[in-house]
Design a protein around this ligand. Structure first.
Ligand code: PEP
Ligand code: CO
Length: 445
């Protein structure tokens, strides 16, 4: 295997990269990012890898979720708080009803760069570069807006540090306190049956906490009752940004300082591509998205390249097939990984294989397809005596109407009511909670 260096990826073809018109400006931004502090510490990254090792053995469950894409325009404390709450709420349902420790990983504080199916977009005869996420260019369809601007990396970095700062405050400063379990519910549909179910579970938890207090177990001697870790993750798509934020540990290993966990997308996982080259050399836990398009042999090569020491917790395979393809596509991959004795966390992204156009042309996903893919995922993994170790969701705490279905019954006609995603349709808090109970029953089985 070739020697890895922080910029060895530059000798490999890199898919989905912007063409920056000004190379000098790009280098200047890389240098200035290189002088900035990392967003996360090496100790935290190692702790997450350790916990993911437990998920690979079935002793913990990975909950990864957040926006498809963060944006500069929708950046707000309320948005971060509501996503935080909905992640906590889902985690407590999985932990309590599913009786399983939950590892919480957000798509937040760096989830800005987007792979696109086409390099250009055409409207009314005008052809411009595609929007690639706020870290690269602007969603506005003008030639100025769509020009890749490296300064945007600095803005994304600063927004990520501010986001991280609030997340840490929530994790340690009260919002994560189990005593707040009933306040994590987002109240836009407070009379629904799902909310009632959640509130009665919250009351049971509070009762148990009171009992434990009587027994001498309290926040003072048991910090996990009032604080938690919400880890961060994003797709490591824009390699100029990722390389600039590398940090070196005392033992010489390189860690991405941009997030705890990074993943490689379905469109950039080429074995001889720049993304695999870059990420094979960093010590963070890594995810790889896989659809039914990957061959068994290629999957084995990919897993071996990214995790040559077969270390548990290092690699998460995120299956994103689609509800109608997972039964045909997943079993052979699980069998191949098991046959080779490779240590991975198997996680399910039930979002990206289930994107459809509604009759009015809006992009949507059906709640039924999302839950059906998850249920198939559990069944397939268990049938192969492997472990369903996590889920990967696009979700928000905002009251959006982007995915159809669920108990709250969002219809195609409702989509236009509150459709604010910068990219793909997300589950709203009600749909997340409903999914959480279904998932908890499956985990507990
Ligand atoms: C995503 O997670 O937003 C994404 C683009 O996923 P995938 O690479 O699986 O298409
Ligand atoms: Co997406």
């Amino acid at each position: 295997m070739r020697i890895w260096t922080p910029d060895s990826w530059r000798d490999f073809p890199a898919a989905q990269q912007p063409l920056y018109p000004d190379a000098v400006a790009l280098r200047r931004v890389e240098a200035s990012l290189g002088g900035m502090p990392p967003l996360v510490s090496i100790g935290e990254i190692d702790a997450l890898r350790e916990q993911l090792g437990q998920a690979s053995r079935g002793a913990a469950f990975l909950l990864q979720g957040g926006d498809c894409a963060e944006s500069f325009s929708q950046f707000s404390a309320d948005g971060i708080r509501d996503l935080y709450k909905v992640l906590m709420q889902m985690a407590v349902v999985l932990a309590y009803a599913g009786s399983m420790p939950v590892i919480k990983v957000s798509r937040l504080a760096g989830q800005f760069a987007k792979p696109r199916s086409a390099d250009h977009e055409e409207r009314n005869g005008v052809r411009l570069p595609s929007y690639r996420g706020d870290i690269i260019n602007d969603i506005a369809f003008t030639s100025e807006g769509r020009r890749p601007d490296p300064q945007r990396m600095l803005q994304a970095y600063h927004q990520s540090t501010a986001t991280m700062n609030l997340v840490r405050a929530f994790s340690q400063g009260g919002l994560a306190d189990l005593q707040k379990v009933s306040e994590w519910n987002l109240d836009f549909a407070s009379d629904s049956a799902i909310n009632e179910r959640y509130q009665s579970m919250a009351q049971e938890i509070l009762r148990a906490l009171r009992f434990m207090q009587v027994c001498g177990v309290n926040s003072n001697n048991t910090p996990s009752l009032h604080e938690t870790h919400l880890y961060t993750s994003h797709e490591a798509l824009l390699l100029n940004y990722e390389q600039s934020l590398l940090q070196v540990a005392e033992d010489g290993r390189h860690y991405c300082g941009s997030a705890h966990m990074l993943w490689i997308g379905e469109r950039t996982r080429q074995l001889d591509g720049a993304h695999v080259e870059f990420l094979r050399g960093v010590a963070n836990p890594i995810g790889v998205k896989v659809s039914d398009k990957i061959g068994d042999e290629d999957l084995i090569k990919l897993v071996t390249a990214l995790n040559p020491n077969n270390e548990a917790g290092r690699l998460t395979l995120i299956s994103r097939m689609g509800a109608d393809k997972v039964e045909a596509g997943l079993p052979r991959l699980v069998e191949a990984i098991t046959r080779e004795g490779l240590q991975v966390v198997w996680s399910c992204d039930p979002m990206h294989g289930n994107t459809k156009s509604a009759s009015n042309g809006m992009k949507t996903r059906s709640f039924d397809a999302v839950s059906s893919e998850i249920m198939s995922f559990f069944r397939i993994l268990r049938q192969a005596a492997a472990i369903p170790g996590g889920v990967h969701l696009e979700m928000t705490g905002a009251h959006v109407t982007e995915c159809v279905g669920g108990a709250y019954q969002v219809t195609e006609e409702d989509l236009a009511q509150c459709y604010t995603t910068q990219c793909d349709p997300r589950l709203n808090a009600q749909q997340v909670l409903e999914l959480a109970f279904a998932l908890a029953a499956e985990i507990h089985r």
